[in-house]
Design a protein around this ligand. Structure first.
Ligand SMILES: CC(C)(COP(=O)(O)OP(=O)(O)OC[C@H]1O[C@@H](n2cnc3c(N)ncnc32)[C@H](O)[C@@H]1OP(=O)(O)O)[C@@H](O)C(=O)NCCC(=O)NCCS
Length: 196
């Protein structure tokens, strides 16, 4: 990745970037012709204040990319949402760096939570798979009504409603920390077998 771009946990000093972040997300959704769960300026600012957002800036402090995390279902689930990379900074691994940082932050803040995301994008699916997510049906995601309410502002919401929240245009992807533990145990077991 371009070493001149820093990827950091956002704080209140980054609140002046919220307008450009939301504008870039909105424009990108129009270009892609896909839906998004729209967030308000206040919502994203609060994410920054709570240390639940990742921002990428150039050395000259030009906005390059963003993502935030939110917890659902009494903190048993964490979603990484609102991923955006400014056009001219795409294709250099920046989304991957932002998602990685958001993933680490989610693990630090909510170590027992399942981490999930909804996406229609091939790049995001690829990054998620590399981080250990797998594609799941919506039944495996949070049943927190507040999360699904976020989909109301999406152009595809009628599909979600018609399917009784079982499927829509997005693919659900999930990282389960318990599976990681099971994998560690299995690796331990196979290692032990090799040693015998
Ligand atoms: C999707 C998006 C975040 C990708 O940003 P990016 O910085 O260009 O992505 P990266 O350079 O980190 O690429 C990550 C991987 O995805 C691949 N990739 C990137 N764009 C892709 C695309 N359009 N189709 C398929 N794969 C793609 C890259 O080749 C890379 O794989 P590699 O590591 O094997 O080379 C960016 O295009 C964007 O902001 N799009 C509009 C908003 C959006 O779609 N957000 C996601 C909502 S869920």
């Amino acid at each position: 990745m371009n070493p001149k771009i820093k990827v950091v946990v956002a704080t209140n000093e980054h609140i002046p970037y919220v307008d450009i972040i939301l504008d870039t997300i909105e424009k990108a959704a129009k270009v892609r012709g896909t839906g998004i769960a729209r967030r308000s300026n206040e919502y994203v600012s609060k994410k920054m204040e709570e240390g639940k957002a990742i921002i990428a800036l150039t050395e000259e402090n030009e906005f390059a990319g963003f993502c935030y995390i939110e917890s659902w279902g009494n903190k048993s689930f964490v979603a990484n949402s609102g991923l955006i990379v400014v056009d001219k900074f795409r294709g250099m691994g920046l989304a991957k760096a932002i998602k990685k940082r958001a993933f680490m932050l989610s693990r630090e803040m909510f170590p027992d939570a399942k981490i999930f995301g909804l996406t229609t994008g091939a790049a995001v699916m690829k990054i998620n798979a590399e981080l250990g997510y797998r594609a799941v049906t919506f039944a495996e995601l949070t049943d927190d009504v507040a999360f699904w309410k976020g989909c109301e502002s999406c152009v595809n919401y009628d599909i979600l409603q018609r399917s009784d929240r079982r499927f829509c245009m997005c693919t659900g992807m999930l990282f389960d920390p318990l599976e990681l533990k099971r994998k560690d145990v299995m690796e331990g077991v196979s290692h032990a077998i090799e040693l015998v």
